[in-house]
Design a protein around this ligand. Sequence first.
Ligand code: HEC
Length: 141
Amino acid sequence: MKKLMMAIGIIGILTGVGFSQEPTSIAPDMVVNLNAVNAIMAHLIVDENYQPVVNDCAQISAHAKDIFEKSPSKDPASIKRFQSYALQLEANADILKVLAEKIQKSNEEKLDTGTLKKTAALTFGQIVTSCVSCHQEYRVR
Ligand code: HEC
């Protein structure tokens, strides 16, 4: 991990990013997104533990905000589409976060959570859909 950070630092210097700034590439955000999506899937499907989902969604939402201004394309129409995928991701991560909080609370109060859980799964599907939609158009490799 240290080596990776060093490599990013060196690339930063070479590309004129400098020490104090974040690397301009959106790839590091993406790795965090992928880990969060994997974790969410395990929690929704395997252990039905919605508590960590709240944080995972907050992380995805924060990264969606970070990438908003980082469209790899400079064409105005293309920038708009990129931003709309980023907004879709942010909105669905925020919705799933609220659902996970509700499910947690309902569990504590011993209420029926069946419908909430299905809605959470559908929202998770929307999150994955926005990852794929944006990649299809903007990820070159
Ligand atoms: C708004 C557009 C957009 C959305 C939404 C998006 N991505 Fe990406 N993603 C990209 C682009 C562009 C790249 C290529 C980045 C690069 O190579 O610098 C990428 C690359 C990646 C990579 C490879 C990173 C690497 O180190 O090469 C992973 C993994 C990834 N995305 C996961 C995800 C996941 C999971 C989601 C959904 C939670 C997601 N992405 C949503 C635009 C997006």
